[in-house]
Design a protein around this ligand. Structure first.
Ligand code: 2HG
Ligand code: ZN
Length: 462
C-alpha cells in the first residue's frame, strides 16, 4: 500500500480485502449513469458488520469520504466515486441470515442480489414482491438506499413497505438496530424510515429484515395498443375499476422501435403510438371475464385499437420483455434520463403540459416515454443527436429539465420518483422539496454524519 491512509486501514482491520488495481477502481467507481470518470482511492470489501464499523471509524479519523456500493445499477450517480473516495462494497455481505415462518420475515445481508431474495422467499412458499428489471444485478442494500419502486408498486408499494427491520451503521460507526421486525412500534421516531431512501448519505445498512407475503394468484398479461395519449389514464381507470391490477405500465412507439431492434418480438402488424402492459389476477373464470369486459369497454369507447392476452408464462414473459427490455435497448446511446412523478389524479393535466413542453424543446430529438403510469411515474429518456458532444448534450437537456422542474412544482410532483437524487438530479431538489425541508435534511445529516464522510456531494451539498 503506497498510500499511508490505506496502510493504516489495513493495520486497523487485519484481513480486510482492499482493491487498488486500476481496472477495479474503474469497475467499482461507477454506476449505470456512465457520466463521471471513476477515481476512487480504493475499494474495500468488508465481510461483516464489525469491519464496516471499523472502516467508518477509519474514514472519520482520516477524513476520507466513503461511497457505499451495491450492484451499482443506479441511474442517478448515487454510487459514483469520482473524487478519491473509498468505495465500501457490500458484495461479500450477500447471505440470507434467517427465515422466520411465524413473522414471515427473511433476514439478509445488504449485498444480496434482489433475484436471490426472490428465490429465497419462494423456497419458503412466500414472495418478496418488490420487483424490477435490474433484479439480476441490483442489491437489496441499494434498493433500500433509494426506496426502489419498480413494476409492482401499484399493488405492493415501494421497498419501504417491506422493510421490517434494519441494522444500520451511522456515519460515526455506531450500530443501530432499527424496529427489530416489529409490526407495531409506537416508541418514538421511526429511524428506519429515515434510513430508507437516504442514498448512503447517513450511514450503511448492514442487515435487513424483509417482510414476505403470500404468492399472488395466477395472473395474465395483456398488451394493449392505444390511439392517443389522452386515452391512457382512461384505460387505466377502466382496468383498475374492473380488475385486481398487479402492474400497469406504458411505453410509446419509439420505445417499441428500440426494444424490437434489440431482439424483442414485434407484437402487432399495424403501427400504434402508445402501448400498455397490464398484469392482473386471473384466478378464475369470473376474473378472466372481467378482463375481457375491460378490454371490450375500452375498444367500444375508442380507447384501445388492438390487444393480445397471454395464454402461457412464456407468452407473458414475451410481453413483459417489451417493457422491461427498454432500458437495456437504449443503454448504448447513453440517454439523458428523467424519472418524474405526480399524483395519479394530476397525471392527465401534467401529461398534456409535459408533452407540449418536450415537443417544443426537443425538436427532431428521439425522446422515449415509458414508465409506471399507474403510480404517476414517468421515465422520459432523451437520446443524444448523432455527433453532438456528450457534455453539450447534457447541458441542453438540463435546460429543459429546469422547465420540467417548474412544471413539476406547479403540479406538486417530484423530480425523482424512484431512482434517487444522487448527483444527477441534485440541481433540481429545491423544485421538489421546500428550502425548509432541505435545511432539515442537512441538519439530520449533521447529526448522523457530523464529519460528512458518508457519500458527500450526493442528494445535496452541505
Ligand atoms: C424502469 O422502470 C427503470 O425500467 C429504468 O426504472 C428507467 O431507464 C429508465 O429510465
Ligand atoms: Zn422505473
Amino acid at each position: 500500500m503506497n498510500d499511508p491512509r490505506l496502510q493504516r486501514l489495513c493495520d486497523a482491520i487485519p484481513g480486510l480485502r482492499l482493491l487498488t488495481d486500476p481496472a477495479d477502481l474503474e469497475h467499482y467507481g461507477r454506476d449505470w449513469t456512465r457520466r463521471w470518470n471513476p477515481a476512487p482511492l480504493a475499494i474495500a470489501l468488508p465481510v461483516d458488520t464489525a469491519q464496516v464499523q471499523a472502516i467508518v471509524r477509519w474514514a472519520n479519523d482520516e477524513r476520507v469520504a466513503l461511497v457505499p456500493s451495491g450492484g451499482r445499477t443506479g441511474l442517478s450517480g448515487g454510487a459514483v466515486a469520482a473524487n478519491g473516495e473509498l468505495v465500501l462494497s457490500l458484495e461479500r455481505m450477500n447471505r440470507v441470515l434467517g427465515f422466520d415462518p411465524i413473522d414471515r420475515t427473511l433476514t439478509v445481508q445488504p449485498g444480496i442480489v434482489l433475484e436471490a431474495v426472490h428465490n429465497a422467499a419462494r423456497e419458503q412458499g412466500l414472495v418478496y414482491p418488490v420487483d424490477f428489471g435490474a433484479r439480476g444485478s441490483c442489491s437489496i442494500g441499494g434498493n433500500i438506499a433509494t426506496n426502489a419502486g419498480g413494476i409492482r408498486v401499484i399493488r405492493y408499494g415501494n421497498t419501504r413497505n417491506w422493510i421490517a427491520g434494519l441494522k444500520f451503521v451511522t456515519g460515526t460507526g455506531e450500530l443501530l438496530d432499527l424496529n427489530r421486525g416489529l409490526i407495531k412500534n409506537a416508541s418514538g421516531y421511526d429511524l428506519r424510515h429515515l434510513v430508507i431512501g437516504s442514498e448512503g448519505t447517513l450511514g450503511i445498512v448492514v442487515e435487513a429484515t424483509l417482510s414476505l407475503t403470500d404468492a399472488p394468484p395466477p395472473t395474465q398479461v395483456m398488451l394493449l395498443a392505444l390511439p392517443s395519449f389522452e386515452a391512457l389514464m382512461q384505460v387505466f381507470a377502466a382496468f383498475r375499476e374492473r380488475l385486481v391490477l398487479e402492474a400497469f405500465e406504458f411505453f410509446t412507439d419509439r420505445a417499441l422501435e428500440h426494444v424490437t431492434a434489440h431482439g424483442a418480438q414485434r407484437p402487432f402488424e399495424e403501427a400504434h403510438p402508445y402501448f400498455v402492459v397490464a398484469e392482473f389476477a386471473a384466478a378464475d373464470e369470473l376474473q378472466q371475464a372481467a378482463a375481457l369486459a375491460a378490454f371490450e369497454y375500452c375498444v367500444e369507447n375508442g380507447l384501445v385499437g388492438d390487444g393480445v392476452i397471454s395464454q402461457s408464462d412464456a407468452q407473458a414473459a414475451q410481453l413483459w420483455r417489451l417493457r422491461e427490455g427498454i432500458t437495456e435497448s437504449l443503454a448504448r446511446y447513453k440517454p439523458y434520463k428523467n424519472d418524474i412523478s405526480v399524483r395519479v389524479s394530476a397525471m392527465p393535466a401534467f401529461l398534456a403540459e409535459t408533452q407540449a413542453l418536450l415537443t417544443r424543446e426537443y425538436p427532431g430529438v428521439d425522446v422515449i416515454w415509458f414508465g409506471h403510469i399507474g403510480d404517476g411515474n414517468l421515465h422520459i429518456n432523451v437520446l443524444p443527436p448523432e455527433g453532438l458532444d456528450a457534455q453539450l448534450f447534457v447541458e441542453q437537456c438540463e435546460r429543459v429539465t429546469d422547465l420540467l422542474s417548474d412544471a413539476l412544482a406547479r403540479h406538486g410532483g417530484s423530480i425523482s420518483a424512484e431512482h434517487g437524487i444522487g448527483l444527477v438530479k441534485k440541481p433540481y431538489l429545491l423544485g421538489s422539496r421546500s428550502a425548509e425541508e432541505v435545511a432539515l435534511m442537512r441538519g439530520i445529516k449533521r447529526v448522523l454524519d457530523p464529519n460528512g464522510v458518508m457519500n458527500p456531494g450526493k442528494v445535496f451539498d452541505l
